[in-house]
Each structure stands twice: as C-alpha cells, then as structure tokens.
Design a protein around this ligand. Structure first.
Ligand code: ATP
Ligand code: MG
Length: 569
C-alpha cells in the first residue's frame, strides 16, 4: 500500500466526547468514522485489524470443533415470544415491523435463532455435540453508547453455541471454549483475566467474563493476592462469617435530630456504623421493596436484582415512600406492612440493630430480626470491597478495572426447555439439549488492545494484528536514489508477503515519522542521509524504540525474519 493512496483521513482535532485513549487514537489515525451515536464505519486500517482478530478467533473456534455459519440479523418476533424474552429484553432491543405490520427485531444475540434451528434439524443424541458459531453484526440500543467501538449500538460479535446431551458434555464444551478464549486473547496480545461473572439477561448459572485489564475499563473485578480467585464485583462472594449472637435487649426509640445519614446517627448514638442497619426503598418492576444492609456496607444492585428476580430496579421516589409512611433518612423495618423486606445475610446475623423508626428524627435501638420484624428474603446482596477476605482461601482481595472482551455462559436447558428443543437418547426418550453460549466482541477487543498498548505518540500494535507490519520511509522525496531504493525494498517485502506501506507522500520527515508512530506500524525502515554516506538504513521497532542500523542489502532479510519471529511468539 502506498501512503498516497491509503484511505485513512487523520484528524488533528479530536472531539471532546472521545474520553479514552483508544477512542481518540482510532479517530486521530483515521481508523474509524462516526456517523451517529454508537455507529461507526471501520475504515481500511481498522478493518484489516478486525479481519486479523476474526481470523485468530476462527482458527481457535475451528480447533475446538466449531463450525462457522451465518444466521439472519433480522429475527421474527415469534422466536423471541417462544422463549419468553420478547417482553423481557427491554429498551436495548431494536424492534421493527415489516410492511404488513409483523414484528421483528435486529438480533442483539442469537440464542433463540439457533435453538429454533437446532430444534428443527437435530433429533438424535448421535448428532451431538454440536458447536455452531458465526461472526456478525449485533444490534443493541445501548442506554449510553460511548468510548467508540467499546460500547456501540452496532458491533461485531463472534457468538458460538454448544449443544450437548448432558451436563458432562456441557462441561467439556465450556472448558474447550474457555481455553480457546484464553488462547485468542493471548494471541491478540492482551493482558487479561477470566473472572467469575453474573449471567445477566442471558440466564443460566455458571459464567466467566474475560477482562482485559485497563484503568479505563467500565467493569470492576476483585482478585485474590494469594490464590487464583477472581470475580466481577457484580457477583464477588462474601466470605462466610459467623457472628456471635448477643443477648436481645429491650427495644428503645431514640430522638436523633438532624441525623439523616447513617454516619450521623452512628456518631450521635456513639455506636460504630457496623452496628447500624441502613434501610433503602427500591422500586422493583413496579413493586416497592424495603432493602436492609449493614450501615457501613454498599448494596450490590446486581445481586439484589437476582434476589428479587426483577428486570428493572430503581430507587423509589421520596413521594412514593412518604405515601407508605417511610420518611427518607429515618426508615426501618418495624411495623412495615404490605411491603416485602429483603435483608442481607449479614444483617440476618446482627443482634440489637440500630434502625430508622419510620418517624422523622427518630431511630430505634436494639431491634432484632424474628422478634421485631421478619424478612421475606435473606440473600447475599452486598458489595464486596477491596481488602476483604478471599472467600476461597482467606487471602486479601485486590481491586482492578477491566474491559469485558468476552463472556462464556452455561445456559443448560433455559432455552431448550422453554422452546421445546429436544433430542432422543438410545432408549428413544426425549431430553432438552444442554446448551452453552460464548461471545467475543471483535471491535471491543481491538479497542482494548489499543487501550493497553499505546504511548503519547500513538498506537503500538502487536505484530499479530497490526494493520500493516512494516512502513518504509524515504526521508527526502527529491533524492532519486533514495526513492528508487525505497521502491525496491517495498516490492521485495511485498513479494515476501510482508504487509508493507511505502510512505511516498511529499511530506517532511517529521510528519511521516509522527504518522507512522500514530498508526503504530510495528517496524519502520528509514532511508535517510546515512544511505549515501555509510550505506546504512535504519530499522526502528515501535514497541521498544530500539533502532538497528544495517547495510542496505541486509535490511529486507532482517525485517522478514523479525516479522516472522514476532508472529510465531
Ligand atoms: P456489557 O456488560 O459490557 O454491556 P454484555 O455482557 O451485555 O456486555 P454479552 O452479551 O456478554 O455482552 O456480549 C458478548 C461480548 O460482546 C461482550 O463480552 C463484549 O465484548 C461485546 N459487546 C457487548 N455489548 C457491546 C457493545 N455495545 N459494543 C461493543 N461490544 C459489545
Ligand atoms: Mg457479557
């Protein structure tokens, strides 16, 4: 490719909405172009990277018995009605109608489509296991599309689904996918960590997210400093701890003027916050619920949502609370009627709790579960914090931020049972397929690589997914000798199947060097003054900054070798 012909409109001014490095660098280097919120064109440079990542994914999926196929992006509503998700998926789903008023959606994921297909085609245990996959556009009307390709509304996903006859089969498929994912992200040059995860709207128990570690990541993970426990903060478990029961004391109502926060009450009463219990009121799919957690803890809304089995969870409005006799800042469980009470497991163990009295400026001391109020649900609903004890080994938990680049789920029979997708065993008995599903965001993976691998000058591509491997830069566009030499090197490298750009623009050397660093070619060959004076050309490695000066005739074989060596790694 000649730089004069490369379609990569570089930007000098990056729009303010590009908050993170990968988004800025992709815009600056002309790799992507935004057409509307969360909708991007992959320009030629990024498309080359995408295709390389896809190829790595294909190789690893095929290696574990995956079979690539392509399903429609447009889904008839019927299949989503059959699984029960048409009315559950919510605002993220793009819904459309055909000319006859029939409902369709743009696929956000394909569990329904693939289960429908398999239900019609596969009848016998003899045809299992089956692991179909595709690499395709997905559509989600995200609440907050942002960070460029990280969270867009149209994005490319590899989705694989596994169909097995039983749980043991699923375990094998899951393990194969998990290991393949580890190889894929390693080959892309990512520093990542698989973590235990919540299964969200997709459902099923048992899931891991693959997190690329990065400060700019939207996800938080906790990992143990001693063993290999790592989990998304969304599900990180609480270490089992048995609290000693105290003797129940007489309940007391106390005046706590101007103490609307738990810290203020604790200080006023002279108790540690760990002796107090916070009560919060939520609206869960339209139902008001009272939620209780130890005063110095935070509620984990994902766990709470799982405890309630609800889809939408928001704080109740102050008016709605007042209408039920629950004054903000002074809420408690005693005497509450007609509202379900959810308490954290830890609260269930606490004796003589300090809670709100459901009366302005008043709290209650020595309140006890069982004697003074009852709970409808007792569940682990709290956020685990950095520094707490590892639930597996007793080590200390550390916190890190990450970008979720992939996720694997054990779906089991969630879809096959609801959609009646069965096979028959040796005895002719019908069973639902035991399923798994496995997704990778291709664009998000590319963005995550940049997020981890860049400097103040631009992107630093790992050789395996660089848009081009080498750029040849003649520094003086008037020197015919240099131009001729650079053309020869360019031709020879191309002949050796090295992906090369020749910077044939009539630009100053500084501009050429800056653009080469910005786009992030792993190797730059510079043909400058030294060619004439000493017969030497310079080879610069983008990642290390290392410069090697070599006699002109040795440059091409050296670079071919360097590229191939980096690819093998
Ligand atoms: P998130 O929690 O970040 O919204 P998700 O858990 O909903 O993602 P999955 O349904 O697990 O996503 O999709 C599989 C993969 O697709 C994700 O791991 C991620 O890499 C990618 N992905 C999901 N949503 C987006 C998006 N809006 N833009 C780009 N990639 C996405
Ligand atoms: Mg996910």
């Amino acid at each position: 490719m000649r730089a004069t012909q490369l379609y990569a409109p570089t930007l000098r001014e990056v729009p303010a909405e590009a908050e993170i490095a990968s988004h800025q660098l992709m815009l600056r280097s002309g790799m992507i172009h935004k057409i509307a919120a969360g909708l991007y064109t992959y320009m030629p440079l990024s498309w080359r990277v995408m295709k390389k990542i896809e190829e790595i994914i294909r190789e690893e999926m095929d290696e574990i018995g995956g079979q690539e196929m392509m399903m429609p992006i447009l889904h008839p509503a019927e299949i989503w009605l059959a699984s029960g998700r048409w009315n559950v998926y919510g605002a993220e789903m793009w819904r459309i109608q055909d000319r006859n008023g029939r409902n369709f959606c743009l696929g956000p994921t394909h569990e329904e489509m693939i289960t429908w297909l398999i239900k019609n085609d596969i009848r016998s245990y003899k045809q299992l296991p089956l692991r179909p996959y595709q690499i395709q556009n997905k559509y989600r009307d995200e609440r907050r599309p942002r960070f460029g390709l990280m969270r867009s509304r149209e994005f490319i996903m590899k989705d694989m689904y596994s169909f097995d006859r039983d749980e043991e089969g699923l375990d094998i498929s899951y393990r194969l996918a998990y290991d393949a994912y580890s190889r894929i992200f390693s080959r892309c040059g990512l520093n990542f960590r698989p973590v235990e995860a919540d299964s969200g709207a997709i459902g099923g128990k048992g899931s891991h997210e693959f997190m690329a570690l990065a400060e700019s990541g939207e996800a938080e993970i906790l990992y143990c400093d001693t063993c290999d426990y790592a989990a998304s903060t969304e599900i990180a478990a609480v270490p089992a701890e048995i609290l000693e029961k105290e003797e129940m004391k007489e309940i007391e109502e106390i005046l706590t003027p101007d103490c609307p926060t738990i810290e203020a009450v604790a200080e006023f009463v002279g108790l540690p916050a760990s002796k107090t219990v916070k009560s919060m009121v939520y609206d869960a799919d339209g139902e008001m619920v009272l939620v209780m957690i130890r005063g110095d803890r935070r509620i984990n809304e994902i766990k709470l949502q799982n405890a309630l089995g609800c889809l939408e969870l928001v704080f109740a409005t102050e008016e709605a609370m007042e209408a039920k006799g629950l004054p903000k800042g002074y809420i408690g469980p005693v005497g509450v009627k007609g509202i379900r009470i959810v308490i954290d497991e830890e609260v269930a163990q606490m004796s003589n709790q300090l809670v709100g009295a459901n009366k302005h400026n008043y709290h209650m001391l020595n309140v006890n579960l069982g004697r003074d109020y009852n709970a409808d649900i007792i569940y682990d609903i709290r956020m685990v914090e950095e520094g707490e004890v590892c639930p597996r080994c007793g080590g200390k938990l550390q916190k890190a931020r990450g970008i979720e680049v992939g996720q694997v789920f054990k779906l089991r029979t969630k879809y096959s049972a609801s959609m009646n997708a069965n096979f028959v065993d040796e005895e002719g008995i019908e069973h639902p397929f035991v399923m798994g599903c496995y997704g990778i965001g291709v664009g998000r993976t590319m963005a995550a690589v940049i997020e981890q691998s860049h400097d103040e000058h631009g992107i630093i591509w790992p050789m395996a997914i660089a848009p081009y491997q080498v750029i040849v830069v003649p520094v003086n566009d008037k020197d015919e000798e240099l131009i001729k030499l650079s053309e020869e090197m360019y031709t020879e490298l191309k002949k050796a199947k090295i992906e090369t750009v020749l910077d044939d623009r009539k630009e100053r050397p500084g501009v050429k060097f800056n653009d080469a660093d910005l786009i992030g070619y792993p190797i730059r060959i510079t043909l400058g003054k030294k060619v004439q004076t000493e017969g030497l050309a310079e080879i610069k490695f983008r990642a290390t900054g290392e410069v090697v000066a070599l006699p002109v005739a040795e440059v091409v074989p050296y670079v071919i070798n360097a590229v191939n060596e980096a690819l093998v790694k």
